[in-house]
Design a protein around this ligand. Structure first.
Ligand code: ADP
Length: 481
């Protein structure tokens, strides 16, 4: 059963229930109060007769005229049950209205029937002192026809009126439910269209108020669609980037294999080229795996105290060898700083930053490493006098496969644009942050911020961002690309 039908049914059923309760109450109250009125008339008449009568132990000595009202019938019986007198509106052949009551000790109301006519009967024992001896009975009756008719009329009115009201309520309820649920049909239709056309760029148009239930549903649905669209777009771009990056080494391998085949024997240069490309692909696949682990917060990290100053010195030694006198490598400020984390991963990040600085800094340039403590944080910087990074590129520098100018890459073994992305995630996994400041033509400074290892927890250590939120931040930036 549809929601619309269920709502309509509920609406009608509730109204029918209310009407039945209300109608039943009116019916009972009406019949009780009308009967009560008749009973009061009977009682008043009985009192009048008794007041005007004279009684003695032997029996009733004087009765007033018994034609008081047209709708009240009176009979007077002796103690033996014999009819003594009756009102003028009764025929001579009249017997007791309700003979069963002629033994009653107190005033009693009862129902009786005379032919088709329903009667309300009051039996009053006529008593005389001493000892309240019963010397006879007064029996009064009144027709209940007005009550019966009023009840029938009311019943008819309640049934027809109630049915009309329920039908009207069902119609109005159905129409209201339809109007209220129409936007849901739109949601369903759009969802189906999206599935059919495989088009996540569609959105559900919002016509009604935005803050009602349906408005909020549409808003949430549209937000989910937006998020899905971005996820698919990211995935699509990721696949395109991966295939693009794999194509170059594969083409090179293919070319070298063809060359070997044509030459008829393996030539060492081609074999070297193949090995180098295979290494490059292996590196890339490893990097991607690492990135996937880091992005989802599943990167296994050791947690030990790391002396950053010692680590920086190690990297400095390596950098000097790598620089081969083409670029001058220096150490700037060198505070002592201890952090908690994975030494190898932190070294990997620092090496990556230094590697980039050396790679992009032209001969005669300068690369400086520095370590300082700022409040509860350790700041490790790698500055260079390289070409710098344009301001509009800076927000994207940590994205996967992002390279500023592909032609700017100088070494054939250069990375695929994953190095900074991996560095970013490793530092985030250490509850730190990686920042870059750069000026075109002057150089760049990459800063690793890590919470210092102290006896009391650092101020920002507990605000570790969730991997999911991080992913959203990065995605947000990727969208603007
Ligand atoms: P890659 O492996 O290509 O170097 P990265 O992720 O390490 O990838 O770096 C991304 C891009 O950022 C590089 O392609 C380069 O364009 C730019 N970049 C990184 N470090 C520097 C730097 N020190 N100076 C100038 N540009 C840099």
């Amino acid at each position: 059963m549809t929601l619309r039908a269920r709502l309509t049914l509920w609406y009608a059923a509730v109204l029918a229930g209310v009407l039945i309760l209300f109608g039943g109450a009116v019916y009972v109250i009406l019949s009780v109060s009308m009967t009560r009125q008749i009973e009061q008339t009977l009682e008043r008449t009985a009192d009048d007769i008794l007041r005007a009568s004279q009684r003695s132990v032997g029996g009733i000595t004087l009765l007033p005229p018994l034609d008081l009202t047209a709708n009240v019938y009176v009979e007077v019986f002796g103690a033996d049950g014999a009819l003594v007198d009756m009102s003028a509106n009764l025929s001579a052949s009249q017997t007791s209205f309700d003979s069963a009551q002629l033994t009653a000790k107190v005033r009693t109301f009862s129902n009786a029937q005379a032919g088709q006519v329903h009667l309300r009967v009051l039996t009053v024992p006529i008593v005389v002192p001493p000892g309240e001896r019963i010397i006879g009975y007064l029996q009064l009756a009144s027709s209940l026809e007005t009550v019966v008719q009023a009840r029938e009329m009311l019943l008819l009115l309640l049934i027809t009126g109630g049915m009309l009201a329920v039908v009207a309520a069902a119609l109005v309820g159905g129409a209201t439910a339809s109007a209220a649920l129409r936007p849901l049909d739109q949601v369903t239709e759009t969802a189906l269209q999206i599935t059919r056309a495989d088009d996540l760029s569609r959105r559900i148009p919002r016509s009604g108020p935005a803050n009602d239930e349906v408005g909020r549903l549409i808003l949430a649905f549209n937000e989910s669609l937006e998020r899905l669209e971005h996820l698919f777009e990211t995935q699509r771009r990721f696949l395109a980037d991966v295939s693009h990056e794999l194509r170059t080494p594969l083409t090179s391998i293919r070319g070298n294999v063809d060359l070997i085949r044509r030459m008829g024997k393996p030539d060492p240069e081609s074999l070297d080229a193949i090995t180098s490309e295979v290494d490059r692909m292996t590196r890339m696949v490893q990097d991607l795996l690492l990135l996937a682990q880091a992005e989802t917060g599943k990167l296994p990290l050791a947690s030990a105290v790391v002396e950053l100053d010692t680590l920086m010195l190690e990297v400095y030694q390596q950098a000097k060898i790598l620089a081969q006198d083409k670029v001058a490598v220096h150490i700037g400020r060198e505070d002592q700083a201890r952090v908690l984390g994975d030494r190898d991963r932190l070294k990997q990040v620092l090496l990556n930053l230094v590697g980039n600085a050396l790679e992009y800094t032209p001969p005669g340039g300068r690369v400086t490493l520095a370590l300082s403590c700022v409040e509860d944080w350790a700041r490790l910087t790698v500055s260079d006098t390289g070409p710098g990074i344009p301001q509009d590129e800076l927000p994207h520098i940590f994205e996967r496969f992002y390279r500023i100018d592909r032609s700017r890459r100088r070494t054939a073994a250069g990375g695929a644009g994953l190095g900074l992305s991996i560095a970013y995630w490793i530092i985030r996994s250490h509850q730190g942050r990686l920042e870059v400041a750069s000026e075109v033509g002057k150089g760049s400074t990459f800063s690793m911020w890590l919470p210092l290892h102290m006896t009391r927890p650092p101020a920002m250590a507990d605000v570790r961002p969730s991997p999911a939120r991080e992913a959203r931040e990065l995605e947000g930036r990727q969208r603007t690309r």
